[in-house]
Write a new protein. Structure first.
Lengths: 430, 201
């Protein structure tokens, strides 16, 4: 039996018996190291180096600021702006949901958090306006994923660290794909709403109401400007931007909107602790796992296997996208990224793909994974809020998943969609 | 009824430590940013005011980043043990849906035993690394701390995690306490009180 077999059998075996993902990866790495006679002290070193990094500190900071924004009343105001803009059109409430997720994505880096924040406000509103609750849940869980494609993005932080790529560049690169996904979802929503005869919310589209909501939401709308502006101009690193956004949210929530209470802030702190803990301990075991795979030349084997199958880059992209979508159905998002990056990134680089481009496609695939059963984090949240079964939501989500996959193929096949903007901005702010 | 508050405190101790560490490094990093901006401002002023040139300023607190990273490492591993207490570590469990509940229970129980063994091995080797670290001392670049102290988190966290894994299994199978799904809480109304399940309740 080879080391490779030991690693993969332990990993899959433990995963199947329901052990935590972090243990499956860690025990597989440990087994492989014991089998190949490597000292296990190395594992302790990896545990330290895996999290002893400045860029990765953006993760708890973005989680904390996202949790605070909810209690601070920022999310509510963003939703109000979106509703005033998109409400009057056909399927307007659902369209406002997509737009809200787009806005919220620009301040939050998490898909489930976006789904929860927007869904808690929009799903009940949609149901009140006569939308099917399965449909309301489906549009929310499908567009909630925009939170991770539109910068800032927690999965992009993880990818940037795992692949040693510039997180700021990834953030810029995600912008156009995120907007494309939103446009795709809006288009599909328009078609579906026509079929289902969902009308607008009955209000007239007026510049005045839009301006009024924007005025009320001014400080909320300023948040993405500060976070993204700070990162793109090179004034802040992503980690610093996340820290600044925490204090900005505290300031707005306490002094301007006066909605942030101690209880909400404490709850945000508490949930940040365990969410970060459980994600970043996977970082440690995934890094150990990945290093062992690299030492045993698994990525080379996979690259060879792929090239034996076909040497057409478009075919390889298609294979990889379907593989990632399949993984996304069963695996937790960040774990997927940490697992596939060390294996697939070298393969893609050897085929001449830009690491930033690959990262964006990877994150987009994970975005779809949020809304595909059996494990779709956004779906779980949407089904809880909408009081609809997973089946009802999955069926209604199919057209949205389909259009998202189409967009991902576009993004994969046309690299300049992702790479043009970072290049432009980097030239601008040199 | 005296021991209840103490037990409740012990039940959440990692959470409290974590929250303190989180607030600490977030504030420290913010201070770093503020100081950086202030220092650069003074630095650019010093071209005009000769008095300021007498006191050359660093970019920011020289040891700030390192200290915040150390706090962060401790935060992550305490957070992981707190996540173990909440039974929040992600598992793949949909395959159990087609079997009776007992299959999933036994199977995750076996998985937890493997987890405990894994943690024990980690404790053993991290103690080895620490012992070595005191023999051949390695110092951190700016704070000049002995690195072995920073590594102390590993034996602490991995043994605490074992205690929490055992605690969760005792709660589940012996005390028959329903462990709530923490991921579900996010969907509830933020104003709702989340019921806390202490050891003794």
């Amino acid at each position: 039996m080879s080391v490779t077999a030991v690693i993969f059998l332990t990993f899959v075996g433990l995963l199947v018996i329901g052990s935590p993902i972090t243990l499956s990866l860690g025990a597989a790495a440990m087994g492989g190291m014991i089998f190949s006679g490597k000292p296990l002290e190395g594992l302790v070193e990896i545990a330290y180096t895996s999290v002893n990094s400045f860029p990765i500190m953006a993760l708890p900071a973005f989680i904390l600021s996202g949790a605070l924004m909810e209690s601070a009343g920022i999310s509510r105001r963003l939703v109000a702006v979106a509703e005033a803009m998109a409400g009057p059109f056909t399927g307007g409430m659902a369209a406002s949901t997509v737009l809200s997720c787009l806005f919220f994505g620009a301040i939050s880096g998490s898909g489930p958090a976006t789904t929860a924040a927007v869904g808690m406000l929009m799903i009940p509103a949609m149901v009140r306006h006569g939308y099917d609750k399965g449909y309301a849940g489906a549009i929310t869980s499908s567009s909630g994923g925009l939170g991770v494609v539109i910068p800032p993005s927690i999965p992009m932080v993880i990818y940037g660290v795992a692949a040693s790529q510039s997180i700021a560049d990834l953030f810029i690169a995600g912008f156009i794909p995120g907007v494309m996904l939103a446009v795709g979802l809006l288009g599909m929503n328009y078609i579906r709403s026509k079929q289902k005869k969902y009308k607008g919310d009955g209000k007239e589209l007026s510049v005045k109401t839009v301006m009024e909501t924007m005025k009320d939401g001014f400080w909320a709308l300023l948040t993405p400007v500060i976070i993204l502006g700070g990162i793109y101009t090179g004034f802040f690193t992503p980690t610093e931007a996340a820290i600044v956004s925490i204090f900005y949210t505290l300031f707005v929530g306490i002094f301007i909107y006066k909605e942030l209470e101690l209880k909400g802030a404490m709850k945000a702190l508490e949930s940040t602790t365990w969410i970060t803990g459980r994600v970043l301990i996977i970082m440690f075991t995934a890094l150990a796992f990945g290093q062992l795979l690299t030492i045993n030349k698994i990525p080379d084997l996979i690259a060879q296997g792929l090239l034996n199958l076909t040497d057409n880059l478009y075919m390889i992209w298609a294979l990889i996208i379907f593989f990632l979508l399949f993984m996304g159905m069963f695996m937790e998002t960040l774990a997927t990224i940490m697992l596939v990056t060390p294996v697939l990134l070298p393969v893609m680089i050897s085929l001449g793909v830009d690491p930033i481009h690959f990262g964006v496609v990877l994150v987009c695939c994970c975005e779809i994974g949020f809304a595909t059963p059996p494990l779709g984090e956004n779906m779980f949240i949407a089904s809880g809020v909408a009081n609809a079964t997973l089946e009802e939501i999955s069926v209604n989500a199919l057209p949205f998943v389909f259009v998202s996959i189409l967009v991902v193929f576009l993004i994969a096949y046309i690299p300049s969609l992702t790479l043009w903007l970072p290049e432009l901005l980097n030239n601008l702010f040199q | 009824m005296r021991p209840k508050p103490i037990l409740k405190f012990l039940d959440n101790i990692e959470s409290y430590i974590c929250q303190i560490l989180l607030v600490f490094f977030v504030c420290l990093l913010f201070l770093q940013i503020v100081l950086r901006i202030v220092f650069t401002a003074i630095d650019s002023l010093s071209h005009y005011i000769s008095f300021l040139e007498l006191y050359p300023l660093p970019a920011s607190l020289p040891w700030g980043e390192e200290l915040s990273r150390f706090a962060f490492v401790w935060f992550v591993f305490f957070g992981a043990t707190y996540a173990a207490r909440l039974a929040a570590h992600n598992r793949v469990t949909f395959q159990f849906k087609i079997f009776p509940k007992i299959v999933g229970d036994i199977s995750t129980f076996i998985a937890d035993i493997v987890w405990i063994i894994f943690n024990c091995i980690m404790v053993y080797y991290s103690i080895n690394v620490i012992k070595e670290g005191f023999e051949f001392r390695e110092y951190s670049p700016t704070l000049d701390w002995i690195m072995a102290y920073v590594f102390m988190i590993f034996p602490i966290a991995f043994s605490l995690m074992n205690i929490r894994i055992i605690q969760v299994n005792v709660m589940k199978y012996i005390l028959k306490i329903e462990i709530e799904d923490v991921d579900k809480v996010d969907t509830s109304n933020p104003d709702d009180e989340t019921p806390e399940s202490g050891v003794t309740s």
